[in-house]
Design a protein around this ligand. Structure first.
Ligand code: ZN
Length: 581
């Protein structure tokens, strides 16, 4: 079997990074590269860049980047051994399983164990749902709610028996370490020793990640007892607010339609699916998070959030506006008629009526204003209050066209002149960061080192995009032209590697660098593309050589100033050299 290094190489040959990342992020072509909204930080304008030529990604915003393994690890929150195993399975590459006993290995072992226990538990709950009705009221409940067998099996629904040691006994029978099951959040230790079931008398909804693994469970009661929902606690494989429920089953439909419908409950989601609406996810009874939206925007161009008509639902809607604005995902808000949730609404009135509601839903922004303006009346105090709440959100919008659109809407809705809103917004921006931003720009433009930085840019660009230039540059003394440590380090490593091996590739260099800043710098040069055409390369090398020669000379002159004898000698030898002696 091949070593890890060769397995890694083989996977890189088999997998195209644009295709791999494109499964999770909407990418569009921009010149030689592909760009999209970064899945790792909040942004409204794409700075997340994927290079097909380099088989590499880099985000100019948060600076995350690397090869497909780096993406897989960051996106799915995995260790390297886990990412390698995952991708090897997907691309049919055999790997040995001999990682050294590192912390990484221990973590990935624990996670693997917990996923296996979750899988066993999911099967246990599924089996319980097929038991006779006396022991299992859930089957009857689902039948009354008209949830079909197909949906039950697609979403792997189950039932936690109303017992204290149902799953405890089952795990014991299957020789599963109870301490590990505690870590998976399935059972709880008793004070006097022993364990008991966390989930009792609940319909069980396994929560699957985008790789189809069961990471946790949500349990819902069958009656009105509380808590209505009980979820797996935080575990090494389950993090609350990370995934919207059902995304693993709906992401294809969401991408196809460009739309994601976001509801609150499991039953809402299942009811909509049953009526034929596939592009739907649920928030698992928790508030929407930026992580939810970041995952969703990898597939959707727009979201419609369906809120319950109660106070809590309205407040949740108001809180979610800044999230959507910050993540750059356009959103609309639907509040259902009183007394309805999506489940009851679609069952009572059918899907076409529900779709009508979606179609006529106002933008989240208008919805926000509607709610605020009725809440705060329309006196001047109320208007000022609304301005105070909304302006900080708008001031974060980087997209000027979008911002001016919202300012227009805002002034129209609250009846305050657009100029006034704009000047308020401007003063807010200045208080915050506008000033410092401007200062930063000025100091950059008048930076005496800027001229030197051009040297960095040229030299790095030549070496990375035209590696053959290394022969002309290595002995030129060009390193003296560099102005910062990261650039110097990259050039140093390239020269060293070339001296030793007679060749180098920027991809391999990136992998071997141990300093993050240096790696980021190199990735940015790699992803940015060449600033020289092939015809210009030779001349560029000549220019750098000449600059390096002049630099050497002026350094020598500076050093010799205090010593006239040495200066004379130097000038003489220079003249001789120029005369060709
Ligand atoms: Zn980013």
């Amino acid at each position: 079997m091949p070593s890890h290094q060769s397995a890694k190489e083989e996977i890189k040959r088999a997998a195209d990074i644009v295709q791999v990342i494109g499964q999770f992020v909407q990418l569009k072509k921009a010149g030689k590269n592909f760009i999209g909204l970064c899945p790792f930080h909040a942004e409204k304008d794409p700075s997340f860049t994927v290079s097909s030529d380099r088989q590499m990604f880099h985000c100019f915003g948060c600076k995350k980047g690397g090869d497909i393994f780096a993406f897989w690890m960051d996106y799915h929150g995995l260790t390297f051994p886990e990412a390698l195993k995952d991708l090897a399975e997907r691309y049919n590459v055999q790997i040995t399983d001999k990682f050294s006993a590192t912390e990484e290995k221990r973590r990935s072992n624990l996670r693997e164990t917990l996923l296996k226990i979750n899988e066993a538990a999911a099967l246990y709950f599924q089996q319980a749902l097929s038991k006779t009705a006396r022991e299992n009221p859930a089957a009857d409940y689902l039948k009354k709610r008209a949830i079909s067998k197909e949906i039950i099996s697609e979403f792997r629904l189950g039932y936690a028996l109303d017992k204290w040691s149902g799953i405890v006994d089952y795990l014991k029978k299957h020789n599963i370490d109870p301490e590990k099951a505690v870590q998976a959040g399935l059972i709880i230790p008793k004070k006097g020793g022993g364990y008991y079931d966390r989930f009792r008398g609940r319909i069980m909804f396994p929560i699957l990640n985008l790789r189809g693994q069961v990471v946790g469970f949500g349990g819902r009661v069958l009656d009105d007892s509380l808590p209505k929902y009980l979820n797996t606690p935080e575990t090494p494989v389950f993090h609350k607010g990370e995934f919207p429920y059902g995304l693993h089953a709906s992401f294809k439909a969401i991408r196809q339609k460009g739309l994601a419908v976001i509801v609150e409950g499991y039953m809402d989601l299942l009811a909509l699916r049953r009526h034929g609406l596939d592009e739907v996810v649920a928030t698992l009874g928790t508030a929407l998070t930026d992580q939810h939206i970041r995952k969703i925007k990898g597939y959707a161009k727009e979201a419609v959030v369906v809120f319950d008509p109660d106070e809590a639902g309205r407040n949740a809607a108001l809180r979610s506006l800044p999230l959507f604005l910050n993540e750059g995902l356009p959103a609309r808000a639907v509040v259902l008629p009183d007394g309805h949730d999506p489940d009851s609404f679609v069952n009572a009135k059918g899907l076409p009526e529900f779709l009508k509601l979606l179609d006529s839903a106002p933008s989240m922004f208008d919805f926000f204003l509607d709610q605020k303006l009725t809440q705060d009346d329309s006196d001047i105090e109320g208007k000022v209050h609304v301005l105070k709440e909304i302006l900080p959100v708008l001031s974060q919008l980087r997209n000027a066209a979008q911002r001016s659109l919202y300012v227009g809407r805002l002034s129209e809705r609250i009846g305050i002149k657009e100029e006034v809103v704009l000047s308020e917004l401007k003063s807010l921006n200045q208080d915050r960061s506008g000033d410092t931003l401007e200062r930063g720009l000025k100091s950059r433009l008048t930076d005496p080192k800027l001229d030197k930085k051009i040297g960095d840019i040229q030299l790095l660009n030549l070496l990375v995009h035209h590696p053959k230039t290394v022969t002309g540059l290595m002995d030129s003394g060009c390193k003296a032209l560099l102005s910062d440590d990261t650039a110097s380090r990259i050039v140093e490593v390239i020269f060293e590697k070339y001296r030793r091996e007679g060749q180098f590739s920027p991809e391999n260099i990136e992998e071997t660098l141990d300093n993050d800043d240096v790696r980021i710098r190199l990735r940015e040069v790699m992803v940015a593309g060449s600033i020289y055409s092939d015809q210009e390369v030779k001349q560029a090398v000549e220019e750098i050589r000449e600059k390096a020669r002049q630099k050497r000379l002026s350094d020598e002159v500076a050093a010799a100033k205090s010593d006239p004898e040495a200066l004379n000698k130097m000038l003489l030898s220079k003249r001789r050299a120029e005369a060709g002696c």
